[in-house]
Ligand binder design. Structure first.
Ligand code: DAH
Length: 344
């Protein structure tokens, strides 16, 4: 008789061990069968009186194991169930590949700007930044463009409401006067930043854009130093065989002044169009810092000379990425911005 009861109890234990309810109804059924008020283990307890005395203890232990195994199983089924529920009812697959987070990309202006900064910091320039809301003196007067100077017409200025004194800087050249009035030579800076002009917005011009200014002031700085620095820059940005040329020009703050072109070629229709059939593309304005500017900023123009340059960033970005409308650079349309990679 004893052995029969042992076999029966062991059979139930096997059953419990092998059961794997997944759905909530199946788990409930498991609970009712093995742990409910009319569970199938209870009658086995009642049978204990029929077990031989010398095996009663063993039998009791077996039934206890049955009960605790059923309890443990139930707990584990329930916890899988609740974590599954928190996964939206789906089974958690730990071997599934992770989901990647959407990573932003840099704005094309930032990409080009960073490239330019890197090129100049390699040869000892440091980055200087200053305010976008500027006073008339730092933007114009110090830069040898006093009131009534015809060159003020070159840049249509946004003044602050009710002010003839405060304005949105029209060029990053204002950082030149900020730096020269607060630092002593040698000065070697580049100043990237946003500038503003009251221009009609079109595919080619905007009322806000970015420039990088460069300034080098020290003893014995020559035009040849400028030319070599700008050649190094052009070759770093456009490729080692890039050709440049300097054309005489006019800016109030430099004397002599020049504009620098890079040779773009005439290989396709687009190159023909953007270079107006010459193959040359204007990249920046530059020149030797006018002694009057040095003096305005408290630098001895007998002792020191310098060169300066300034260029627009949108232009470079548009050339690099073949963007045909400047407005795209300010609209923050993700479908446009997602096309640019940091590596670019
Ligand atoms: N500030 C000029 C502009 O916005 C660009 C420029 C020309 C800057 C010559 C310079 C320079 O530093 O030397 O058009």
């Amino acid at each position: 008789m004893s052995q029969e009861l042992f076999d029966k109890a062991n059979g139930v234990l096997e059953e419990i061990k092998n059961s794997a309810p997944a759905k909530p109804e199946e788990i409930e059924q498991f609970r009712i069968t093995y742990l409910g008020s009319k569970n199938i283990i209870k009658p086995l307890f009642a049978e204990i009186r029929n077990v031989d005395n010398d095996r009663k203890k063993e039998y009791g232990q077996l039934l206890n194991t049955l009960k605790t195994t059923a309890e443990e199983k139930l707990l584990s089924f329930k916890s899988t169930q609740s974590s599954d529920a928190s996964q939206g009812g789906m089974k958690l697959d730990l071997t599934a590949p992770g989901e990647s987070f959407p990573v932003g990309s840099r704005h094309p202006i930032s990409i080009v700007l960073n490239e330019i900064i890197e090129i100049f910091t390699k040869i000892g320039f440091t980055v200087a930044e200053d305010r976008e809301i500027e006073d008339d003196w730092h933007n114009f007067t110090a830069m040898n463009t006093p009131e009534d100077h015809p060159a003020r017409d070159m840049q249509d200025t946004f003044y602050l409401k009710n002010s003839t004194e405060m304005l949105l800087r029209t060029h990053t050249s204002s950082v030149q006067s900020r730096v020269m009035t607060s630092q002593k030579p040698p000065i070697r800076i580049i100043a990237p930043g946003r500038v503003f002009r009251n221009e009609t917005i079109s595919s080619r011009s905007h009322c806000q854009f970015h420039q990088v200014e460069g300034l080098y002031v020290d003893e014995n700085v020559s035009f040849a130093d400028m030319k070599q620095t700008l050649l190094y820059f052009a070759r770093s940005l456009y490729g080692k065989d890039t050709k440049i040329r300097l054309r005489p020009s006019y800016f109030p703050f430099t004397e002599p002044s020049a504009e620098m072109d890079v040779y773009w070629g005439l290989e396709d229709e687009n190159a023909y169009r953007i270079t107006k059939g010459t193959g040359w593309l204007e990249i920046m304005g530059c020149g030797m810092v006018d002694p009057a500017v040095l003096e305005n900023c408290g630098i001895d123009s007998e002792k020191y000379t310098g060169f300066a340059f300034g260029m627009g960033i949108e232009r470079q970005a548009m050339l690099k990425y073949r963007i045909n409308d400047i407005r795209l650079l300010f609209e923050n349309d993700l479908r446009f911005l997602q096309q640019f990679t940091t590596a670019g």
